[in-house]
Design a protein around this ligand. Structure first.
Ligand code: CMX
Length: 437
């Protein structure tokens, strides 16, 4: 081991008890308006972000522009022949707070169709990456590559920045990006998992339907895509992907820099990658049992084994929610109401985990919320439809999450939100505030 790493290890070992003691014994000590445990522990509960796009109540779950998930699905114009709304109409709702008419929705549908194609240089960037690169890396790189075409960056460089009107360039970038993200995700999917064969776009299709078509999916999956993108869109602005996007945009970085950064945050296992982890955990567990249906005891044991090995139960717990995530419930209802999926063994197992895991987590006593989040349910639907490359699931999350993040940064710029710059303190300052020798 290098001297540098050896010395660093020693310093870290010496420092850790100081941090642990501060949180355990002096967590409630105030540092101005926040406590030591909030300063060390990820800023939980500090009210210092403002957004009107969505609001997350710990017990009720998410509301998009004031509407619950069922209310949102019911209110928006539906794709003809489908039970699910246009993603484009949802974009209109997030941006404006108004439920669009069918005419207003179709205007967005047509605008997105006209600019959905990927520029060749973006395809070149993707193709230059080793094929076994994680799809989230490709997705983030593809978004970043598109920065070349940022309207905001071009106008800024040309000296055309105006604080009151610059939101318009931000909006153009966000709208242009939204139009392309489904195509980008589908291109990565076909290049990596379908022998690099690609499918021509169908000019008749909306964004959700087109994505299903481009990855080579069946008719039914078009609704899965629409539902999935809407459900994953926004969860107010403190989660890692939304907050990162907001933070980067606060430096007047354009939408591409900002959302590519947000995607990198979404790729973490404690955030969006949890949907991949859930499927991996569940499949490994089934494989260990040789595919047979587990007993409740076997399932409990597997959950305890995971916890005792120091890992988290993926898909369970939440920083804000204190009940079952309505995004979980919505997907669960989709499963229950879809013939074939309702009896699907993997769904049966996911249902069983839902019955057992909250009890185990409660007994374990650490997680503040023992209930499932959005990621506990989403992979099973993808798997059922044959999207079994679970490393791709977070890209699906990322296409949807863009709706919320990009609506937010459009408004951030319109309202001239300041560059984000919280203040840091040293461990010694915390110890002084706590009166620790
Ligand atoms: N399994 C085991 N332990 C868990 C847990 C879980 N599912 N959820 C929380 N805990 C633990 C935490 O790791 C923490 O332990 P330490 O004190 O040792 O650090 C303790 O319980 C308290 O954590 P918390 O206050 O309840 O939760 P946090 O706000 O710190 O973290 C989250 C929230 C989501 C990161 C956490 O619940 C977790 O790791 N869940 C599993 C991963 C997951 O599903 N992530 C997806 C969330 C949704 C999304 O963003 O996509």
């Amino acid at each position: 081991m290098s001297t540098l790493k050896e010395v660093l290890r020693k310093k870290i070992d010496e420092h850790r008890p100081r941090t642990t003691r501060l949180v355990k014994e002096f967590g409630d000590v105030k540092l101005g308006d926040v406590t030591i445990s909030q300063a060390i522990g990820g800023a939980r509960g500090i009210k210092c972000l403002v957004t009107d796009i969505s609001y997350l109540d710990p017990f009720e779950g998410i509301r998009f522009r004031g509407m619950t998930i069922p209310e949102t699905f019911a209110a928006l114009p539906k794709v003809p022949g489908s039970d699910y709304p246009y993603v484009e109409g949802f974009w209109y709702l997030l941006l404006t707070g108004d439920v669009p008419t069918m005419e207003q929705t179709l205007e967005v549908v047509e605008a997105w169709k006209a600019k959905a194609q990927l520029p060749t240089y973006v395809i070149d960037v993707l193709r230059a990456m080793p094929r076994d690169t994680h799809p989230m890396t490709m997705f983030s790189a593809g978004i970043l590559a598109m920065q070349r075409d940022s309207v905001f960056a071009k106008n800024y460089a040309a000296g055309k920045f105006n604080k009151m009107t610059c939101w318009e360039d931000m909006f153009e970038d966000c709208d242009n990006m939204m139009a392309k993200l489904g195509t980008l995700g589908a291109y990565i999917y076909r290049m990596k998992y379908c022998g690099d064969t690609h499918i021509e776009a169908d000019p008749a299709l909306d964004m959700g339907g087109q994505f299903a078509h481009l990855i080579g999916q069946c008719e039914e999956y078009k609704d899965v895509a629409r539902m999935y993108f809407i459900l994953h869109s926004d969860h107010e602005s403190g989660n890692v992907s939304a907050h990162t996007t907001h933070l980067v945009a606060s430096a007047l970085s354009d939408a591409y820099y900002s959302y590519s950064a947000g995607i990198n945050g979404l790729a973490g296992p404690l955030h969006g990658l949890a949907n991949e982890e859930v499927l991996r955990w569940t499949q490994n567990f089934m494989a260990k049992l040789g595919g047979k249906v587990p007993t409740e005891e076997e399932l409990k044991q597997a959950l305890w084994d995971t916890l005792n090995s120091g890992q988290v139960i993926p898909g369970y717990g939440h920083a804000v929610l204190r009940k079952t995530d309505p995004r979980y419930t919505s997907q669960r209802e989709f499963c229950i109401n879809t013939p074939g999926l309702a009896d699907y063994p993997l769904f049966q197992l996911v249902k069983m985990i839902f019955e057992v895991a909250p009890g185990v987590l409660t007994e374990h006593g650490k997680a503040k919320n023992p209930w499932p989040n959005v990621d506990a349910q989403s992979g099973v639907i993808q798997w059922y439809y044959g999207v079994n490359q679970y490393e791709f699931y977070t890209v699906l999350f990322g296409i949807g999450r863009a709706l919320g993040c990009l609506a937010n940064i459009t408004w951030d710029r319109a309202l001239g939100y300041a560059i984000e710059r919280p203040k840091s303190v040293t461990t010694a300052m915390l110890e002084e505030a706590a009166g620790v020798k």
